[in-house]
Write a protein that binds this ligand. Structure first.
Ligand code: ATP
Length: 216
């Protein structure tokens, strides 16, 4: 079973990392592949570049066998569409291999605005991780998809290549990249919200408005 977990990771933090390990435990898989998405240049210049976000992810997962980074979306020019990534993976894995996409409820809530969203359940299973404060709007495409395709349990995802939606509710850390960027921009330390190696590199690169004054 191939499991991908996509996001902006701007920057990666302990909330992301814990989520990935919780999912690996819950699905009993050896690997979770983090898939950073490409940020179009017009998003603004406060965040890190694609190459910098990738470097920070590599630092964050160093030595953790269960976490891998898949940089395929950064190799493609333009916007990153999950459907394209899943199509590519489906070709590589073959028609029969279970493929799983992990997403938090906050992202999944807007699922019916994603490019080719109706095709996504044909390409992969979806694991929705419940984030407190981010409920699925009633009558949304996401809520209907969940109701119609709900998986009985984690083991059932291995029985087919795609098409089921599994809700997980693991203990999560209430950390957001937005909160981290705000702290850094206002001179407060984000230490312990992200791995020390990531924070050190953020400072060395002067990202998110970090200056030499921050220190640890
Ligand atoms: P931002 O604050 O910039 O929106 P973020 O911290 O929410 O960023 P993203 O890169 O946008 O991170 O999120 C990638 C995925 O990780 C999403 O599916 C999101 O729901 C999930 N996620 C982000 N933070 C957490 C967390 N603390 N715990 C669990 N899941 C998280």
């Amino acid at each position: 079973m191939h499991v991908i977990y996509g996001g902006t990771f701007d920057p990666i933090h302990h909330g992301h990392l814990r989520l990935a390990l919780e999912v690996s435990d819950a699905l009993a898989v050896d690997r979770v592949h983090l898939v950073p998405c490409h940020i179009p240049p017009h998003r603004g210049d406060t965040g890190a570049t694609s190459a910098q976000r990738l470097e920070l992810i590599r630092l964050a997962i160093a030595g953790e066998e269960r976490l891998r980074v898949d940089d395929r979306e950064l190799q493609r020019a333009g916007a990153s569409y999950t459907a394209d990534t899943l199509r590519q993976l489906r070709q590589e894995l073959g028609a029969e291999a279970p493929l799983v996409m992990v997403v938090g409820t906050d992202s999944f809530a807007g699922f019916d605005r994603w490019q080719d969203w109706q095709q996504i359940p044909e390409l992969a299973h979806i694991v929705v991780v419940r984030r407190p404060g981010a409920e699925l709007p009633e009558n949304s495409g996401a809520a209907h998809l969940l109701a119609g395709r709900r998986a009985a349990g984690a083991a059932s995802l291995r029985e087919s290549p795609a098409g089921r939606v599994l809700e997980l509710d693991p203990p999560l850390l209430d950390i957001s990249a937005t909160g981290i960027r705000e702290r850094i921009a206002t001179g407060r330390s984000p230490r312990y919200l992200m791995p020390d190696a990531v924070w050190q590199r953020v400072q060395a690169l002067g990202l998110y408005g970090s200056g030499s004054a921050n220190g640890f």
